[in-house]
Unconditional design. Structure first.
Length: 477
């Protein structure tokens, strides 16, 4: 039979309680045996004090200790009298037996005290044995037998090693039975409490298990209620965050597939349409038509290459060959390559960099790709006649590169998504102008590979401010 979690927790709690109850029962039994035996020995020591007094009077009246040899029953009678005079009650629950004992003390058989009498040791005033065969070393306490202020002997009692009296044994047995019944009752109560407690403890786990099953089947809207602040509550919160993240990732994946399909279909559709037009004779095969076809092929190749670069970066296979390079020189070369395109669009380029250069441990090819993408983005989206401000400086153990262009600007929500894949501020923008929306996503991967940060801010001159911050190695500062 397969046990579920509820039954396992129930059995674990019940087993723990059973072990505790068993240990308490065994300790109580052991304590009862030792404690009650100690109690009996203390009672007997009290009786020994009265017996010593009676032995002293009898010794005085008899003129010595000869009565122990001539009339040995005298000792039994004295023992019976001390028990009858005992002010301490017998074990609880034996009141009737005590009254019966007191009424029949005089007729009590001598054998009633034989066990007690055999443990008595009597010595004379010279500590010579008069009665008893036990070892004197075993006697824990000696009672002095005095007559008119003088010591005539010593009275000792060998301690009980076990309980032999029937009444005492009955009392101990009754107490042990009560302890046993109490232990069984505790186990029953523990079982009655443990099962609902186990169900309550396992309830959040069951909810998590059910929600996990739904999540594994693709239901990313499932959520688990957070009912506590303990580890289970923290696990529920983490599960909800996981479900939310998976839902966002799934939505992003679907959007990415839809967008990339659209991006791939557009140049393919153009290529297919122009080729069919040439085949049907609608359009002549000319240098112009070939150039149009080539432009679509280049655009398609660029898109595939960008996707390839992103895929390599995602799996960590994008190679970075880092070495000491001059960042300002790489940036200057990128600006020079793009200057002609900015001039064609009447965009003013203003560059501010330190003269001594900026040494940095980085991959020069990837930095060049980063700056080319940022320049290309600004050139495409800045209105004609606008301005692009480029600055680079070192401060606070890092290097900061700023690209600030003029209008048009973007909203705060759009700035937050600028580095998302396939995102374009205007979805209807001509793809020959706006690209596929992968350039800034590639820029972010390159910056993060250099342990840096890239962010989009509101430009003071009306457009977008792209800030790249890359930390310098200790040897670079």
């Amino acid at each position: 039979m397969k046990l579920n979690v509820t039954r396992r927790v129930f059995l674990a709690i019940l087993a723990a309680n059973a072990i505790i109850v068993l240990c308490m029962f065994l300790i109580t039994q052991w304590s009862m045996d030792r404690g009650f035996l100690r109690y009996v020995n203390q009672l007997e020591q009290t009786r020994m004090e009265r017996l010593a007094a009676k032995l002293g009077r009898t010794c005085f009246q008899s003129g010595g200790w000869d009565f122990l040899r001539k009339t040995p029953e005298t000792l039994s009678q004295l023992i019976g009298e001390t028990i009858a005079e005992s002010p301490m009650p017998p074990p609880p629950g034996s009141g009737e037996r005590r009254r019966e004992r007191e009424s029949n003390t005089e007729n009590m058989p001598v054998r009633r005290f034989q066990r007690f009498e055999r443990r008595i040791v009597i010595l004379d005033n010279g500590r010579n044995p008069l009665l008893g065969s036990g070892s004197q070393a075993e006697v824990e306490t000696w009672q002095t037998i005095a007559v008119k202020g003088g010591t005539v002997g010593y009275l000792g009692l060998l301690p009980n090693k076990f309980i032999s009296d029937s009444h005492q044994l009955r009392f101990v047995k009754e107490q042990k039975l009560i302890f046993g019944l109490t232990a069984i009752l505790m186990l029953i109560v523990s079982a009655a409490i443990s099962f609902p407690l186990a169900r309550r403890l396992v309830r959040p786990v069951k909810k998590l298990a059910a929600a996990t099953s739904l999540l594994s089947n693709g239901n990313f809207d499932v959520r688990v209620p957070v009912e506590s602040d303990d580890e289970l509550g923290s696990l529920s919160r983490d599960f909800n965050v996981l479900a939310l993240t998976l839902g966002k990732n799934e939505s992003a994946r679907r959007q990415f597939v839809a967008d990339i399909s659209h991006e791939l279909r557009t140049p393919l559709t153009i290529l297919s349409g122009e080729i069919e037009a040439i085949q049907d004779g609608i359009q002549e095969l000319s240098q112009e038509s070939i150039s149009s076809l080539q432009a679509e092929v280049i655009r398609l190749s660029r898109l595939v290459e960008d996707l390839y670069q992103l895929a390599l970066s995602d799996v960590g296979a994008l190679a970075y060959r880092k070495e000491m390079v001059d960042l300002s020189g790489i940036l200057a070369d990128a600006v020079n390559r793009a200057r002609g395109r900015f001039t064609e669009k009447s965009i003013t380029l203003k560059v501010s960099m330190p003269e001594k250069g900026i040494p940095l441990f980085a991959d020069s090819d990837r930095l060049a790709q980063l700056f080319d993408n940022l320049l290309d983005n600004s050139q495409k989206y800045t209105d004609p006649g606008g301005t692009l401000l480029i600055g680079a400086l070192t401060a606070g153990g890092g290097v900061t590169i700023d690209f600030q262009d003029s209008a048009p600007g973007v909203t705060l929500e759009e700035r937050r998504r600028l580095f998302d894949r396939l995102f374009r501020v205007e979805g209807s923008r001509n793809r020959a102008l706006g690209g596929a929306g992968l350039g800034l996503a590639i820029c972010r991967n390159i910056v993060e590979a250099h342990e840096g940060i890239i962010e989009a801010l509101d430009s003071p001159i009306g457009g977008v401010w792209i800030r790249v911050s890359i930390p310098l190695a200790k040897g670079d500062i």
